[in-house]
Design a protein around this ligand. Structure first.
Ligand code: 25A
Ligand code: L14
Length: 339
């Protein structure tokens, strides 16, 4: 079997760490793996399976002998280094928001639009969508294929790990301080995140939506290859460490019974249905999402206010299917079919 040299860029970050773990777990056919980050981290040791890797400085790395680059170093770093790596012959799967909306760069969820991966050839870069978009579309694709979707209303409940390690730390410190009746610091988020909910992720746009909300609109239309699909999101940060949840309300083109929707979802790749009308008969971020691969769907029910409406609750690990796992699944299609 052919083996590949793989570079993980942003290897010391929340996503990069998961990329290394998942490459090892899935026995990706690796010859050499390189852990790259900023000069701050160069020389640090990080784990890959049962071996240790020494972190190297991205700025000094030559990609000409690397076939696959899994990038998650932030948009501005990807902007500079992903095209450089691609020019050296390395196919880049980029997890940042930098290239997602470029027409000549495929934006891919393997369960939804794997056929787009072939277009990696144009610029040597494939973009990984936003975590909230990924889990929503894995769940909606089978319903879209069955009867079509006119409109999506969605409210997200997003984990602090999406912001990074300093946010996880801020949640822990604030929680401890509040339980101990001590004053809190707000450094990462503009308001207290412990025991609270903030209706604000990424920056505010001119239309009053946040950029995280607009990403869900733009990315859904691009991935589904359907500019007519209407998306109305509200994205909310909650005091959960790992795993995003979403209340998704869809208006279908034709009526679909709950039983039919449940059957379609149960048969869909990457989806696990947990939907029993009893205590705990639904998925949650902490009990099912964290540390696992699937997109979980529960609370499937007809919308009593709309003749073709359906409601559901969608949960997944934001750092795995929402980021690292999706990138590695793209890389698996690349090596199986293209490189
Ligand atoms: O919106 P964007 O721009 O697309 O943002 C995406 C970012 O969000 C995170 C992820 O950051 C990504 O970069 N993210 C979280 N969930 C995501 C998801 N689902 C998600 N992104 C996509 N989908 P991250 O925190 O996971 O990782 C950032 C990594 O990038 C490395 N990096 C930063 N600058 C770099 C660079 N690598 C190369 N060259 C550069 N110039 C960064 O590595 C990390 O691996 P690092 O070397 O900075 O090491 C991180 C360690 O250093 C500490 N640290 C961070 N900043 C500073 C610092 N120490 C001192 N001074 C600092 N200024 C950290 O605590 C950490 O231990
Ligand atoms: O666009 O939960 O990939 O803060 C990754 C982190 C979006 C926000 C992206 C989060 C960002 C997400």
């Amino acid at each position: 079997m052919k083996k590949y040299n793989v570079a993980v860029v942003g290897a010391t970050g929340a996503v990069g760490e998961q990329m290394l773990a998942i490459l090892a777990q899935r026995n990706f056919p690796i010859n050499n793996v390189y852990a790259l980050a900023s000069s701050r981290s160069a020389g640090k040791k990080i784990a890959f399976g049962d071996i240790e890797l020494e972190v190297q400085d991205l700025a000094e790395f030559d990609f000409s002998n690397t076939q696959i680059g899994l990038f998650s170093p932030g948009a501005s770093i990807s902007k500079e280094y992903a095209p450089k790596a691609a020019a050296q012959g390395c196919v880049v799967v980029d997890n940042t928001s930098q290239f997602r909306y470029d027409d000549d760069i495929p934006l891919v969820i393997p369960e939804v639009n794997a056929h787009q991966i072939a277009n990696y050839k144009v610029r040597g870069i494939i973009a990984n969508p936003n975590c909230s978009t990924i889990q929503m579309l894995v769940a909606l694709k089978p319903l879209y294929d069955a009867v079509g979707i006119e409109r999506i209303n969605v409210a997200t409940y997003q984990a602090v790990s999406g912001t990074g390690a300093d946010a996880i730390e801020e949640l822990s410190q604030q929680s401890r301080a509040i339980l101990d009746n001590k004053p809190i610091n707000c450094d990462v988020y503009p308001k207290q995140i412990a025991f609270n909910a903030l209706p604000h992720i990424d920056k505010f746009m001119d239309n009053g939506y946040t950029k995280e909300e607009m990403k869900m609109v733009w990315e859904t239309q691009k991935i589904m290859e359907d500019d007519s699909i209407l998306v109305n999101p509200t994205t909310v940060r909650i005091p959960v460490k790992y795993g995003h949840s979403e209340a998704v309300h869809i208006e279908l083109k034709e009526k679909l019974s709950v039983q039919k929707a449940r059957d379609l979802l149960a048969a869909a790749p990457g989806v696990v249905v947990i939907d029993e009308h009893k205590e705990g008969g639904y998925p949650t971020a902490v009990t099912e999402g964290e540390g696992t691969d699937p997109v979980y769907v529960g609370r499937i029910r007809e919308d009593i206010s709309h003749p073709r409406g359906l409601n559901m609750w969608v949960v997944s690990d934001n750092l795995r299917k929402g980021a690292a796992l999706n990138s590695i699944q793209i890389a698996e299609v690349l090596i199986n079919n293209h490189i």
